[in-house]
Every structure is written in C-alpha cells, then in structure tokens.
Design a protein around this ligand. Structure first.
Ligand SMILES: [Mg+2]
Length: 308
C-alpha cells in the first residue's frame, strides 16, 4: 500500500494498526514526503525489504508483532540497522519512552500528537540521517579517485563472500596494478601521477558496471575489483575489457619500456566460497600471486589462477 508524492523530502513509512492515525500522519507529511504505510509490524518489515524508506514512524502497541519487536528486527539486520525509527504512541510514561530509546529508536512522540511537532521532528531526523549517510560515504571512498577505499572493499567482500557461500555462487577478484607507475611519477611529476590514477580508475570503472561490482583503490597504484556471482571466465572478459579500455585512454608514458602508453597488469582469482566459515584472504592472495606472474611475464596482460 503506498501513496506517492513528488515531494522532495524523504520516504517515510508509517506503521500503525489504526487507520485513523495513519491518515492523520499521512496528511501531516504528504506535502513534503513520499509516504508509505503498514497496518501491522509484519507488513512493515515486508515494505522495508521492498522499498527501503528513509525513516519509520512506528506505533508501539499493535496486535501481533508490536513496535518493539519490529524495532529489534530492524536493528538486528545490517541492511536496516541505520534506518531511523521514531516511536509514535499513546504510552506516555517516562519508562515507555526509555524503553523505545533503548530499543534503538531515535525519537519518541506521544499521542495525541501535534502535527507541526511531528513534521519538525521528521525533518530533523531526515537531516541527521542524510548527514550520517554523507559521512559514511566519505569514510568509504578514496578521495583522489572517487572509487571505494580499501576499508570499504574489506567490508563488502566479507558480505558478498557470505552471500555467495549461502547460494553456492562463484565470486572473483581482480588485482590490478599500473605498470611502471613510479617511473611515471618520476618523469611527469606527482600531480600528473594523480591525474593518471584518476583516468585509469575511471577507465576501469567503465568495465565493471554491474550493481554489485566494486572497484576499490587498494593502495598506491594498486586497485582491486570485486565481481560477486562471477566465475573465472566472466572475470577474464572483464580483465580483457580493462586492458583494452586503459589502452584506449591513451595516456602517454614516455618512461615505460612496456609501451609508450600507460598500461596495467592484472591477476584474476575465482572461487565458490565454501560454507565452512573460511574467509576471502586466500582468494586475494591468489589474485596477488597472479598479478605478480603477469608482471613477470611482461606486464600489460592478465594472469589467472588455475582453479575455478
Ligand atoms: Mg496501536
């Protein structure tokens, strides 16, 4: 069930077992926000999975799954842990408020409510959430190239690893290094070196555009590409595309004895993660060993692991 508006605000999910409460809140918020609603806790969790709201207004007392149980479920899952929840309830004792805040709610509004107060508090919590999202984005991005940073890669591969293990799907990583980058910096200077890193990472990003693919700067001139649900053959196609795309960028490299242009070397490793709790460390190590072989074999090429 959904009412959609072209409002520029957020997407708000109202959860209440009483339709009249939903109607009042909907009227208070619809001009500013995209409003969804659910008449039960169970339905609320379904809607969250399908249409991820920016904020939940949650009734505490409902038959079946009550607000505290909904809150605990959302808090317990990594994908919904940061979803702000405001409890809206007729309970008005300090201990009710405490219980809501301890359950993980960001705010508490008592019924009967004043719509101006609801509007203001929703606005405040949306602002806080956007600031937190922006901050998180900053901490997960490499400032120079705009691709993910190593920390973000580590978090993501752990999640994707478990996801692929659960569904017995392969996962590949490609370790990528810019050839003779130290010579590039020595020859052209560090500012040109920074520009080169930006151009090469942009070229590589164009080669791995599926929603779950993740390109990260692993350190210095080293990058790593995560390809969930992709086996060795698919990863090879991506690696070849990267070689071609970097070549097409045609960045001159007068100090390279591999080519007159900037090139990259790549190491590919692929595995179907076992369901035994093993971590991805060995996969990354294998990709790194393959990258080393690509360097040994003359650079501007990829090498792959023999196991799939
Ligand atoms: Mg109720």
């Amino acid at each position: 069930m959904t009412w959609t508006n072209l409002a520029t605000g957020g997407r708000i999910l109202i959860v209440d077992d009483a339709m009249e409460n939903i109607q009042i809140l909907h009227q208070a918020l619809r001009d500013e926000h995209d409003v969804l609603f659910a008449l039960s806790g169970e339905k609320a969790l379904e809607i969250v999975q399908q249409q991820m709201p920016d904020l939940v207004l949650l009734d505490a007392v409902m038959p079946g799954m009550d607000g505290y149980a909904v809150c605990a479920t959302l808090q317990g899952a990594p994908s919904t842990r940061d979803l702000p929840i405001i409890f809206v309830t007729a309970l008005s004792q300090p201990e009710d408020e405490t219980r809501a805040l301890e359950a993980g709610a960001v705010d508490f509004i008592s019924k009967p409510f004043n719509v101006a107060v609801v509007r203001a508090r929703v606005r405040t919590q949306l602002t806080v959430k956007r600031q937190a999202d922006a901050m998180r984005e900053l901490t997960l991005t490499d400032a120079l190239t705009g691709v993910a940073n190593r920390r973000s890669f580590n978090e993501t591969i752990d999640n994707e690893w478990r996801r692929c293990a659960r569904s017995s799907l392969p996962l590949s990583v490609i370790m990528i290094d810019i050839d003779h980058f130290k010579r590039y910096n020595d020859h052209y200077g560090h500012q040109a070196g920074d520009l080169c890193l930006q151009q090469v990472s942009a070229a590589m990003k164009r080669c791995a555009a599926r929603p779950h693919d993740l390109l990260a700067r692993y350190g210095g001139e080293e990058f790593i590409l995560l390809l969930p649900q992709e086996g060795l053959a698919g990863a090879e196609v991506v690696a070849q595309r990267i070689l071609d795309e970097v070549r097409r960028s045609a960045i001159p490299h007068a100090a390279s004895d591999t080519s007159g242009l900037v090139t990259v070397s790549l190491g590919i490793a692929s595995v179907t993660p076992p369901a035994d709790g093993t971590d991805p460390v060995n996969l990354i190590r294998t990709a790194d060993a393959c990258l080393y072989r690509a360097k040994q074999n003359g650079r501007n090429r990829y090498c792959k692991s023999t196991e799939d």
